[in-house]
Every structure is written in C-alpha cells, then in structure tokens.
Design a protein around this ligand. Structure first.
Ligand SMILES: Nc1ncnc2c1ncn2[C@@H]1O[C@H](COP(=O)(O)OP(=O)(O)OP(=O)(O)O)[C@@H](O)[C@H]1O
Length: 365
C-alpha cells in the first residue's frame, strides 16, 4: 500500500477540528525532561487517570505551524505501526504556549549517548540496532514515506543493551516524490547530491541565489543508515561533510570508484572472455575504514553509493547480518585468548577438566 500525501492531509484536517486546549498538570504528572530540540522539549510524564508513562512532545507555538505539528502527530499515530518506530498515543492538545502530543517513551536515552559513552559499540550490538532500523525504515518506505532525519539522536532506547530501539522524530518525514528545496548542512548525514546547494550558500553572499529543488526519495535514508553503521562500529564519523571539499570523503569516493571499475572490468572479462584481474594488487581501502571487515565494506558501498539512484534500500542490511563487521585486531585476539585461558583455569580448579578443551576450542572457532 502506498499512502498518498492527500491521506495524511485529510487526517491533519480532521484532527485540527478536534484539537482541545488543556492545562497539562490537570492530566499529567511530569517526571523529567527526556530531551530537547529546536522546536521545544520532550518530557517524561505519567497520565494521572491511566497511570501510564509516556513522552509528551511540546512544540513552541511561536515557531511551529499547526500544520507541521499535526503532520508529525498524524504520521506517528497512523503510519508508525512497526515495533521500531515511535508511535503517537492518540493524545494531542494545545496550551497557551505549546502544541503537545503524547508518544511512546524510550526510557534509556538515545543512540547518541551510547556512541559517545562507549569506546566502541560491539558488532553484535551494531547488528541488533541495524536489523531493527532496517525493518522500521523499510516499513516507512513501504507506506510511501521517507524519514529524512535518521541520526543517532533520533534512535531511542527501550532497554540498556539496545535489544529494542525505536526510530523517532518524524518532523522532516515527507511522502516520497515530494519536491523540496535542496538544503546543504555541514554533516556526513547530508547526502552528496546536495553539494550544489552548498555552492548556493556560498553564492548567497554575492546575492546570486537560485534555489535547487530535489525529489524526496528513499535513497536519502539509505545514506543515513550507512553513516550510522560506520558511527556505531568506529565511534566517529567517516568524514565531516560529503562534498569534494572534504579530503576524507574524496578518499572514500576514489576507493569506491576504483573498486567499481575493477568490478566492471572483471564482469566484461567474464562476459566476453579475456584475462581476469584477480591477480592485480589489492585496492587499498580509505584509511578511516581500516578496522572494518570486507563484508561490512560491501554493505557500506551499497548504502553509501555516491549516485543516489544506485543506492541499495534499507532491507539490504539484512543480507549482511551474522557475519563479521569488524576486523579482529591483534590486541583483541590476545585479549580473547587470555580470557579463554583464565576461564579454562577456573574450570580446572573447579574440577571440570573435561570442559577445558571445549572452552578453548569454542574460543578458537
Ligand atoms: N519518544 C521519546 N522517548 C524518549 N526520548 C525522546 C523521545 N522523543 C524525543 N526524545 C529525546 O529528546 C531529544 C530531542 O527530541 P527530537 O529527536 O524530537 O528532536 P531533535 O531532532 O533532536 O530536534 P531538532 O528538531 O532540533 O532536530 C532526542 O534526542 C531524545 O533524546
């Protein structure tokens, strides 16, 4: 089923008729602030009659249009039915200063905190998160929407170990095919196809402004998922901005193009006969990807394809789960070996000699 923009507009029109004004404290006990954004803040609250905990999202009326508020609320309420999407709870109202709606609350912070607080998120945890996000984003895409703002701050945690995460913040989500002004911003999450918009910002100073328009397409989300995989595995960004001004991005793009060329040559050899290029020297990976396995590099080349219409969809991630995403460093190998030895020693001391070989064997596998 593909949702037409008209359906969401209709829901917004209907909900606008039943918007009520409330005094928040009459109905909710505010527990604490969960976070804030440019639009306002998000508070953890308990509904006084129902006793249930929920996130109340407050949008300043001064800076938020009613239409934008209702669009985010209705999208979250009616289309975010996947377990890894943050769903609205059917409660929305206004106060003199804010528009407010209630949403499922993630009680364990967001993915940004996980990335900055841990030296490195384990590959198991990365894969757990990415498999859930793959499903959530595919679900949104199947309904005809593109999220357009996937980043660690918008992935909320329902437990400490990221066994259940939820993508939230649908403020920028739009139906596929919507024409929007291309806006460049200084972040690796910003796709390379808006690089021209950066030139516009530069030209603005000289008053030569002509807007560039682009179509909202699912490949915007694929790019963000690729960047997120990299952030989780390495704890840092692959580059500062996805433009020709950024040396690290250029190094990635050069590596990408070399691999592509070699693949094309070898496909032609297979098709038309001739020498294969298997014995050629290995193409050196851009240095920021040094610690990643060839498996995850192949996935990243699909998601972070510089040409938007050749980018893979979010469901591509599923084909790469289960295998290694990180190269094992010598140090890690030694740590594992040491752990196995200690575990085996403990077993010996407890008299479980038979198990010792099993442990060492299991570790070596
Ligand atoms: N449903 C929720 N459950 C738990 N925490 C939430 C929830 N919604 C938002 N938060 C927290 O509040 C923060 C800000 O909310 P939100 O993601 O909606 O705005 P933002 O994208 O950071 O703001 P901006 O609009 O400026 O980009 C989040 O990073 C998260 O930590």
């Amino acid at each position: 089923m593909t949702t037409s923009p008209g359906e969401l507009d209709e829901l917004c029109y209907l909900s606008a008729q039943s918007m009520t004004s409330l005094v928040t404290s009459d109905h909710f006990k505010i527990i604490k602030k969960l976070g804030e954004g440019s639009y306002g803040k998000v508070m953890l609250a308990v509904h006084k009659k129902r006793g249930t905990a929920m996130a109340l999202k407050f949008f300043r009326r001064r800076s938020t249009s009613l239409q934008a508020f209702l669009r985010e609320y209705n999208l979250s309420l009616s289309f975010c039915t996947h377990p890894s999407l943050t769903r609205a709870l059917g409660i929305f109202f206004s106060t003199p200063g804010h528009y407010v709606f209630a949403q499922q609350a993630g009680l364990y912070g967001d993915l940004y905190n996980v990335i900055v607080s841990e030296e490195r998120v384990s590959e198991e945890c990365t894969q757990r998160v990415m498999s859930q996000l793959s499903g959530a984003v595919s679900h949104l895409h199947s309904l005809g929407f593109v999220h357009r703002d996937i980043k660690p701050e918008n992935v909320f945690l329902c437990d400490q170990a990221c066994r259940w995460v939820k993508l939230g913040d649908f403020g920028l989500a739009r139906p596929r095919g919507t024409q929007v002004r291309a806006v460049w911003y200084n972040s690796p999450f910003c796709v390379p196809e808006v690089e021209n918009a950066k030139r516009i910002i530069e030209a603005e100073e000289e008053d030569e402004v002509e807007d560039i328009w682009m179509s909202v397409e699912p490949c915007l989300d694929s790019w963000a998922l690729g960047i997120l995989v990299f952030c989780l595995l390495t704890g840092c960004f692959p580059w500062e901005e996805s433009t020709s001004d950024d040396l690290s991005y250029c190094a990635y793009r050069d590596w990408f193009n070399k691999i592509k060329q070699r693949e094309e040559v070898s496909q032609n050899c297979e098709k038309y006969g001739g020498d294969t290029v298997g014995e050629e020297a290995e193409i050196e990976v851009a240095s920021q990807f040094d610690s990643l396995s060839s498996l995850v590099l192949t996935l990243l080349r699909q998601l972070l394809h510089p040409v938007p219409w050749l980018r893979a969809g979010p469901d591509e991630i599923l084909s790469y789960l289960g295998g290694p995403w990180l190269l094992k460093t010598e140090k890690e190998e030694m740590r594992r070996e040491q752990e196995a030895r200690e575990e085996a020693k403990k077993m010996r001391e407890r008299g479980g000699v038979g198990k010792e070989k099993e442990i060492l064997g299991r570790r070596e596998r």
